[in-house]
Design a protein around this ligand. Structure first.
Ligand SMILES: Cc1ncc(COP(=O)(O)O)c(C=O)c1O
Length: 388
């Protein structure tokens, strides 16, 4: 039985409720892998790649070991390296900035918007100028779909086209979302996602995938993720990585894909309910026109974050802060360039964001406890909750 139904206190992400929903199927699927003796790149891996591509409408899905490698493999496939500038938001998980450094390139930090939390395209122009002023060659933009909402790809593509840049989508948090009717996986030349267990579509270990419509790049990525080997596995054609998905994780993903559409709907309903109840006391997340979110996180902005965090702790309601520092202020990243104009929004957000429990199995009772606790902390009593 999930925590929700037992005590009404929600889990931050309820993997136990999800496992219960899958029943015996998940154990059987794992046992099938065990008995197959094909633990890495087994038939489940090919099948999950096929189904993920169909799910999002991308031509190719290339699975890999984690979401960080997915981004790194895209940079490797494009020969991004020393002297190249890669534009990344300053307010995201550190992996987004890690990969340009690992490929020998220079991350250049771009500010984000306060309403969507995603890359600010005016700041992107300022970052391109700052990169050129440093003598770097602008090569690509890694746009992050933070908390589950796609970035403003229409505007990002315009800027990319004007400057001859490649766009990579960091969709670690947004697989399953859409923009103007197109699913995440089809919004950029390459899309990387993560199957870390707490992601909206999570495995029971590390995993990731890349999506592309480019046949030649897909073939190259298949080689790069497997030590640069060619199709026969004997010849070595590229300098690659060990970044293969294991068959156990693929089996888990195949089971979870069956639940995923309903979970997305449940997350969206929960977000709407939070929005309706909390908009009067905090800045609630906004979606751009034409986007859907998979609500990897439900994150509010408040000047009284400590009061919310303390009240939630006292009530047993888990919260999290994503992220406590903008990337350009983290010690290893301090010397990399930033957009001209600075990164004021990223610096502002890190002091004010707080994420509340969010998953596809959040009961109304559990959600009401969260809402009442936040309203209590911010000095308002809930009057009118959205219709159930
Ligand atoms: C925005 C973003 N990018 C990249 C990653 C990296 O994914 P992984 O942990 O699977 O390497 C994450 C995971 O937390 C993420 O949230």
């Amino acid at each position: 039985m999930s925590k929700d139904t037992k005590r009404t206190i929600p889990a931050f992400i309820d993997l136990a409720a999800q496992r219960q929903r899958m029943g015996d199927r998940i154990g059987r699927a794992l046992l099938d892998v065990l008995e197959s003796d094909q633990y890495i790149l087994g038939p489940q891996v090919a099948e999950v790649e096929r189904r993920l591509a169909v799910f999002c409408g991308a031509k190719h899905c290339i699975s890999c070991a984690n979401g960080t490698d997915a981004l790194l493999l895209a940079l490797m496939a494009e020969n991004v390296g020393p002297g190249d500038a890669v534009f990344v938001p300053a307010f995201t998980f550190v992996a987004t900035a890690e990969v340009p450094v690992l490929s020998g390139a220079t991350p250049v930090f771009v500010d984000v918007r306060r309403d969507t939390f995603n890359m600010d395209t005016d700041s992107l122009e300022g970052a391109i100028g700052a990169a050129k002023a440093r003598g770097l060659t602008p090569r690509c933009i890694i746009a992050v779909d933070l908390y589950g909402q796609p970035a403003d790809y229409a505007r990002i593509h315009d800027i990319a086209a004007a400057h001859g840049l490649l766009v990579i989508a960091d969709a670690a948090q947004s697989f399953g979302a859409a923009l103007s009717g197109k699913k995440v996986g089809t919004l950029a030349a390459y899309t990387g996602t993560s199957f870390y267990p707490s992601k909206p579509l999570g495995a029971y270990g590390d995993g990731g995938a890349l999506f592309t419509d480019d046949d030649a790049k897909a073939k190259l990525l298949l080689s790069l993720r497997n030590h640069g080997k060619g199709p026969s596995q004997t010849e070595t054609e590229e300098i690659g990585l060990n970044s293969r998905l294991d068959s156990f994780q693929a089996a888990v993903l195949l089971e979870k894909l069956g639940l995923f559409p309903a979970e997305i709907v449940a997350r969206q309903a929960a977000a709407q309910r939070y929005n309706a109840a909390l908009a009067a006391v905090a800045k609630v997340p906004e979606l751009m026109a034409g986007t859907t979110s998979v609500w990897a996180q439900y994150t509010i902005i408040t000047d009284r974050r400590d009061a919310v965090a303390n009240a939630c702790r006292a009530a047993g309601v888990p919260t999290a802060i994503h992220y406590t520092s903008p990337l350009h202020q983290l010690a290893p990243y301090r010397d990399y360039p930033t957009a001209s104009g600075g990164l004021p929004n990223a610096e502002w957000l890190v002091d004010r964001v707080i994420s509340l429990p969010m998953h596809g199995y959040l009961s109304h009772e559990a959600q009401d406890l969260v809402i009442d606790t936040v309203l209590g902390a911010l000095g308002t009593v809930r009057k009118n909750i959205a219709a159930e």
